[in-house]
Design a binder for this molecule. Structure first.
Ligand code: UDX
Length: 441
């Protein structure tokens, strides 16, 4: 099939490469000419395992091209995926749909003479419920008969390719049998491999995405609230989480206590969902999401306070090493990164902060120029009064605490992700603090 992917950020670049990989002819579209030039030469604008190989292969095979031209997009095929960002309006949780509307408005005037009879615009962006139907009315003003469907993505950064090629489900919301049939044909290779297809209406499809992310965020904040209770009562939140997670009705995933969630989706999505529910007069139905958000941001303060206590309640003139800047491991994304929020607050409280991250230093430096950055862990930890482990990259788990103890001024560490082996660190002479766990050493 011939399809376009409008917006080549995380979702769009991965979707375009994966759709070409399963055999479609794909045209990627973006307003950013620099990005288009990079993608054309097979270079993704961000770090994502497996993506650059897949991109290069698809481009070399001639199944994937890129353009900045909306008219070229309209004439290229009959199915157009909208994968542009839906950021948060400044100061409010409300989703900003400017880019989604611009993508549809860009296509609309050229669709009637594209030669295609049944044009389908498929939204993948995360949007407030009701957006697809509103966009359909907007689109039909210029292109009567064109349809809008919604097909939310659930990919996680760091395993985006795998999540796209082997998703746990494909959710498609349409208003016609024809549109659903086309989506089934498009995804046939994935459906043949056993992926469940959930066909529904566009509103339900939009809701599946925000409800899923809200549920995941709630699970994380739930266990972090339990970590707070454990800190006050001497309990051990890791044991609690393990015991809870073994109940198959609860399950162990997204129950890892620590610094909480960040990134481009969960924080923004729960705020946008709250704002939309309030708009609909249904604020009470999702009022708990405000608490989920509050619990989450409180974890950042808790870690800063924990570190401050370890350096004698005063950060002035202290050296603080930060391990991790990305919002999660295997990503160079620093958007709403809990690690950098903590690092910056520690700096604002007077410490000299040196940050290490295996992939995200360039992005971190651009977002937080006042922090210092180190090329390796040893440099970051040189003469440190406390080390903060804030993003659980696998290589940090393999650090030798005995070797690192010879580099720092005081062997004290906050394991904000509950990912290090406390027994090994304490045996090497470290004091280790972690949220929801008794202090060791
Ligand atoms: C998320 C959703 O998982 C995905 O389905 C959606 O499409 C986009 O948003 P992503 O933002 O890539 O994906 O990250 P995810 O792996 O979900 O992690 C989100 C945040 O939660 C990270 O900051 C992570 O460190 C944190 N987290 C996750 C926890 O603090 N504890 C956990 O148990 C799990």
């Amino acid at each position: 099939m011939r399809l376009t992917v409008i917006g080549t950020g995380y979702v769009g670049a991965v979707h375009a490469a994966c759709m070409a990989h399963i055999g479609h002819e794909v045209l990627g579209v973006d307003v950013d000419a620099e990005r288009i030039a990079a993608l054309t030469s097979g270079r993704p604008p961000f770090f994502e395992p497996g993506l650059s190989e897949m991109l290069r292969k698809a481009v070399d095979a001639g199944r994937l091209r890129f353009t900045t031209s909306p008219v070229e997009a309209a004439w290229f095929g009959d199915t157009h995926f909208i994968c542009v960002g839906t950021p948060q309006h400044d100061g409010s949780g409300v989703a900003d749909l400017r880019h989604v509307e611009a993508a549809v408005d860009g296509l609309a005037p050229y669709l009637h003479d594209s030669g295609y009879e049944r044009v389908l615009v498929v939204g993948k962006s995360t949007v407030p419920v009701g957006t697809a139907d509103r966009l359909a009315r907007r689109l039909n003003a210029a292109a009567p008969g064109a349809e809008v469907a919604w097909n939310p993505e659930f990919l996680r950064e760091g395993c985006a390719v795998q999540d796209t090629l082997r998703p746990e489900r494909i959710v498609v919301g349409t208003r016609s049998e024809h549109a659903e049939a086309r989506m089934r044909t498009l995804y046939a290779p994935l459906l043949d491999a056993g992926t469940p297809f959930i066909g529904t209406d566009p509103s339900t499809a939009e809701l599946v995405k925000v409800a899923s992310n809200s549920f995941l965020a709630t699970k994380i904040s739930f266990i972090n609230a339990m970590a707070e209770i454990c800190d006050a009562t001497g309990g051990d939140v890791l044991t609690l989480a393990e015991a809870m997670g073994r109940d198959s009705r609860i399950g162990p995933r997204f129950l890892a206590p620590g610094l909480g969630f960040g990134g481009s989706c969960l924080p923004k999505d729960i705020r946008a969902f709250t704002a939309r529910a309030e708009e609909l007069g249904l604020g009470d139905s999702v009022a708990f999401l405000r608490q989920v958000d509050d619990i989450n941001t409180r974890q950042r303060r808790r870690i800063v306070d924990m570190a401050e206590r370890l350096v004698g309640d005063n950060f002035a003139e202290r050296n603080v090493a930060v391990l991790g800047a990305a919002f999660k491991p295997r990503s160079d994304d620093v958007r709403d990164s809990p690690a950098l929020a903590v690092a910056d607050e520690v700096r604002r409280r007077g410490a000299r902060v040196r940050v290490h991250d295996p992939e995200a230093v360039d992005n971190a430096r651009a977002a937080y120029p006042a922090l210092q950055y180190a090329l390796n862990v040893a440099k970051a930890c040189e003469r440190a009064d406390v080390v903060l482990h804030l993003t659980e990259w696998p290589q940090y788990r393999e650090l030798d605490p005995a070797v690192l103890a010879t580099v720092v001024r005081t062997p004290a560490i906050v394991d904000a992700r509950n990912a290090l082996d406390p027994v090994a660190w304490c045996a090497a002479g470290w004091t280790l603090c972690a949220p929801g766990r008794p202090r060791l050493g």
